[in-house]
Ligand binder design. Structure first.
Ligand SMILES: [Ca+2]
Ligand SMILES: [Ca+2]
Length: 354
C-alpha cells in the first residue's frame, strides 16, 4: 500500500535519517559549546605572560617582569626606577608617548592591555616629568616674535626663551606630532609655518590654509592627541585631522557672532567647541552631552587648558589683568585657584611646553 508516496520501509529510513541529522546538529552544537568552554577554561586557568618595564631615561632595576594573567587586566606596578631631577608620572606602552602626560597609567591602574596568548610579552615605558614642571598645561608670554615658555605657573624667569616667526604673525599652539608637547605654528596671510621643535627656530612645515581673513583655531579634533587646524567662517567650521591635511568635516555651530572656546570637555575626549553667551558657557563633549555653567563676568577674557594635568580634559580660567582665576573641574560660581602671572598686558598662550 502506498502512503503519501512513501513505502513503510522507506518511511523508517526517512525517520532514521531525520534522527541522525538532529543528532549530528546536536553533536556539533555541543562541540562548539565545549570549545568555547575550553577557551574560557583556559582563561580561568590563566596564561603566563611577560610584562617588561623600561626605565626610558631613568635607571635602576624595574618592577616585576613576568606574571600570570587570568581574568583581570594586569595593574600597573609601583615604579622602582629613578631619574635625577625628574618625577615619575606613569607607564605607557609608547616610548615617546603619543599622549605623554595625558594618558599615562599610574601605579594601581589597569595597564593598556589586550587579551594575551601564552608566553606573550608586553613592554611599558616609564615616563618622567622634570621636577617643578606641571603635568598639565602652563603659560607662555609672547613679546613680538619672542616666546617665554613656562614649565609651570611660577613667578620669575621663564624656563625657556625662544623666537619663532615674525612679530606680526598670528600664533597657534598645538601638539602637531602627538608626542605630548605643544609647539608653535604661525599664520601669515593664508600661509601657515609650523614646527615640532620646542626650541623655535625655522618652520619645518609650511602650507596654505583657507583665506587670509578666515579665523583659524587649533584643536585635537579627531582624538589621538594630535592637534590640527580648523577654519571658521561665520558659524561654519571646517576641520582637519592633521597639520596641512584636508578638511574632513564641515559643521555649523552657534551664531556667527558667538565667542567659542576649544577644549576636551570629558576625560580622554577629543577637542570640541564650547559656546559663550555673556558669562554662561555651553560645553558639549564629543558624546553630545551639554553642560551649562556660569562664572566670572560677561567682559572677562577666558582661557582654556588642562590645569590639573589629569585625564587630558580641559577647564576654564578667567583673566583680569595679570590675575588668573581657575575653575577646575568645570563648575559654576567661584574659582578654586587664583594666581598672578606676568604683566597685565602680556599676550598669554596656553600649552604643555616640556
Ligand atoms: Ca608635539
Ligand atoms: Ca584636566
Amino acid at each position: 500500500m502506498k502512503h503519501n508516496g512513501i513505502e513503510p520501509h522507506n518511511k523508517w529510513i526517512a525517520f532514521l535519517t531525520v534522527i541522525l541529522g538532529v543528532a549530528l546538529v546536536l553533536a556539533f552544537a555541543i562541540a562548539v559549546t565545549l570549545s568555547l568552554d575550553d577557551h574560557e577554561g583556559q582563561n580561568d586557568r590563566g596564561v603566563n605572560i611577560t610584562l617588561r618595564f623600561e626605565a626610558n631615561g631613568g635607571s635602576g632595576s624595574g618592577p616585576v617582569t613576568s606574571t600570570h594573567f587570568s581574568e583581570d587586566t594586569p595593574k600597573a606596578p609601583k615604579n622602582t626606577f629613578t631619574r635625577r631631577g625628574y618625577t615619575f608620572i606613569g607607564w605607557s606602552s609608547e616610548r615617546d608617548a603619543c599622549t605623554s602626560y595625558k594618558f599615562m597609567t599610574e601605579p594601581g591602574e589597569e595597564l593598556e592591555f589586550d587579551d594575551a596568548t601564552p608566553g606573550e610579552s608586553f613592554t611599558y615605558y616609564a615616563h618622567w616629568l622634570k621636577k617643578g614642571y606641571s603635568k598639565g598645561d602652563s603659560f607662555a608670554i609672547r613679546r613680538g616674535n619672542t616666546y617665554y615658555l613656562y614649565g609651570s605657573l611660577h613667578a620669575g624667569k621663564a624656563d625657556k626663551v625662544i623666537t619663532f616667526g615674525k612679530a606680526s604673525d598670528q600664533v597657534l599652539v598645538g601638539d602637531w606630532n602627538a608626542d605630548g608637547t605643544d609647539t608653535l605654528a604661525v599664520r601669515r596671510g593664508n600661509r601657515v609655518y609650523a614646527t615640532n621643535s620646542s626650541s623655535g627656530g625655522k618652520a619645518t612645515k609650511v602650507f596654505t590654509f583657507g583665506k587670509p581673513n578666515d579665523t583659524v583655531q587649533s584643536g585635537n579634533w579627531e582624538g589621538f592627541s594630535r592637534s590640527a587646524l580648523a577654519l571658521r567662517r561665520g558659524n561654519t567650521y571646517e576641520f582637519t585631522s592633521e597639520l596641512g591635511g584636508e578638511i574632513y568635516q564641515k559643521s555649523a555651530f552657534g551664531k556667527p557672532t558667538d565667542q567659542v572656546y576649544v577644549g576636551a570637555w570629558a576625560p580622554y575626549d577629543s577637542d570640541s567647541l564650547a559656546l559663550r553667551r555673556g558669562n554662561t558657557y555651553y560645553v558639549t563633549d564629543s558624546g553630545e552631552k551639554t553642560t551649562r555653567i556660569s562664572f566670572g563676568r560677561p567682559t572677562d577674557t577666558v582661557l582654556t587648558g588642562d590645569w590639573n594635568g589629569t585625564n587630558g580634559s580641559d577647564d576654564f580660567a578667567v583673566r583680569r589683568g595679570n590675575t588668573y582665576y581657575f575653575y577646575t573641574p568645570l563648575h559654576s560660581g567661584k574659582a578654586d585657584r587664583v594666581i598672578t602671572f606676568g604683566g597685565p598686558t602680556d599676550t598669554i598662550l596656553v600649552g604643555h611646553w616640556f
